[in-house]
Design a protein around this ligand. Structure first.
Ligand code: ADP
Length: 426
């Protein structure tokens, strides 16, 4: 069968987040971890979301991986490509959103490309080209202290323009979007006349994204660059209706664990709440990393006797000042990679020890874990909180929830591991 939509996500939690929205809007979705082999055929899928780990990779690596994903999706018949970026536009002055968007636009011969990280349901809105996280400008939010991609400028036009070399960046503002799809298309034509073809589109509510989705489908645009929010609206514009299938969730029996490598404000609060509720938790002290201790084994020695009693949380999550101290000692990238490696090793050991439900917090951390666990394809199941569904590995049957750092309610971990008992998730 022919794919209607081909998606390329720049990290693993982002891929799941998008897949979740597409499923809720009526599409059958398969999420692959990395670019599938040429001979893999996706049956019964309206959309495939290819999860890459390219958000903080070297620019050329991110571009090459994204182009390879694009080629595979085109070979499967996808006529529209959705480059999924973070709803907080996580990137650095080098990229990777701009360079990847430019390369995909070139490959797909896109005349103009709408760009919007807006996800109003999760408090991410764009107004006059400025990104808000709940009530704060991006640059005033906790994202300004992110370990790998600190976001210190809320102007998406400025941030994107600094990353781009081939295409001009412009804005389709909110008053224009109020004019509906024809007004959006007319604004794009005007921008094109000024050599601007990567166009940030304002959106402060689902209706705005609906307008954009309509314009995208009517114009048969080959490429969109967006957070997962547009994914909630695009299927309807393409003629899909809400799914009649009841999404699935794991049973409560068996061992379960949480791995947390996100240092985002929301995850810090979730870790604190889990511990305060009496949850078993083990902190990885990243400052000990440089001493060459086997921290993964230490964590397992702690976890093994507890696994039969309750879920265990193994976390490197910590406050920004501690992250800075670790980074000063090890270097930013080295610190991130080392912590990810330890947590991924713990994840593998926990699964080998019989864990059947695994929650992972942190985009990069999730990427490291699913790679280490050698997962290839995930079936997307029930939503725990907006943007975070349970997924089941198509090969091993392991249930996994991949949570982007700032997503989820404060009791997310407890909810993920207990709500399914009451069958409340839908
Ligand atoms: P988020 O989704 O919140 O952005 P990520 O997992 O993508 O979370 O990024 C967090 C990064 O911070 C990872 O690279 C992780 O390894 C790193 N990290 C986690 N804990 C620490 C720590 N204690 N010190 C330094 N870096 C850390």
């Amino acid at each position: 069968m022919t794919l209607r939509l081909g998606c390329i996500a720049d990290d693993f939690t982002g891929a799941t987040d998008l897949a979740n929205n597409l499923v809720r809007a009526g599409m059958r979705v398969v999420q692959t971890l990395g670019v599938p082999a040429d001979d893999v055929v996706m049956e019964d899928a309206d959309a495939v979301v290819i999860a890459l780990k390219s958000r903080t990779a070297p620019v050329q690596e991110a571009v090459d991986a994204s182009l390879a994903a694009c080629v595979w999706l085109q070979a499967q018949g996808a006529s529209m490509v959705y480059f999924k970026v973070c709803s907080t536009f996580d990137s650095t002055p080098r990229g990777n959103i701009g360079p990847v968007a430019e390369a995909l636009a070139e490959a797909l011969h896109a005349l103009w490309v709408p760009v919007t990280p807006a996800f109003p349901e999760n408090g991410r809105t764009v107004y006059m080209g400025h990104l808000f996280v709940q009530q704060q400008l991006l640059s005033d939010s906790s994202m300004r202290q992110h370990p790998l991609t600190p976001m210190t400028d809320a102007s998406l036009v400025r941030v994107l323009a600094a990353q781009c070399h081939a295409r001009g960046v412009g804005l389709i503002d909110w008053p224009t979007v109020q004019g509906g799809a024809p007004a959006v298309v007319a604004a794009a034509q005007r921008a094109l006349a000024q050599q601007q073809s990567l166009l940030v589109v304002d959106s402060i509510g689902p209706r705005d994204l609906g307008v954009l989705a309509q314009a995208v489908v009517e114009q048969a645009l080959p490429l969109v660059v967006a957070g997962s929010g547009l994914g909630a609206e695009l299927p309807a514009a393409m003629g899909f209706t809400h799914s009649r299938h009841r999404p699935t969730w794991p049973s409560t029996s068996g061992r379960s664990a949480i791995i947390s490598g996100s240092c985002s404000a929301a995850t810090n609060a979730q870790v604190t709440a889990f511990i305060a509720s009496g949850g078993e938790a083990y902190a990885i002290d990243a400052l000990q990393l440089a001493q060459g201790l086997d921290l993964a084994q230490q964590a397992m020695d702690w976890a093994l006797p507890r696994l039969d009693r309750s879920p265990v949380l193994v976390y490197a999550t910590t406050e920004p000042h501690t992250v800075r101290a670790v980074q000063a000692q090890l270097g930013v990238e080295q610190a991130g990679a080392l912590v990810e490696q330890i947590l991924a090793t713990v994840a593998c050991k926990l699964v080998a020890a019989g864990v059947q439900r695994l929650v992972v917090a942190g985009g990069e951390t999730s990427g490291a874990c699913v790679q280490a666990l050698n997962m290839q394809r995930l079936r997307v199941g029930a939503q725990i909180d907006p943007g975070v569904p349970w997924c089941q590995d198509a090969d091993s049957g392991l249930w996994i929830a991949l949570k982007s750092g700032n997503f989820g309610a404060v009791d997310f971990f407890q909810k993920a591991l207990s709500a399914q008992a009451s069958g409340e998730l839908a």
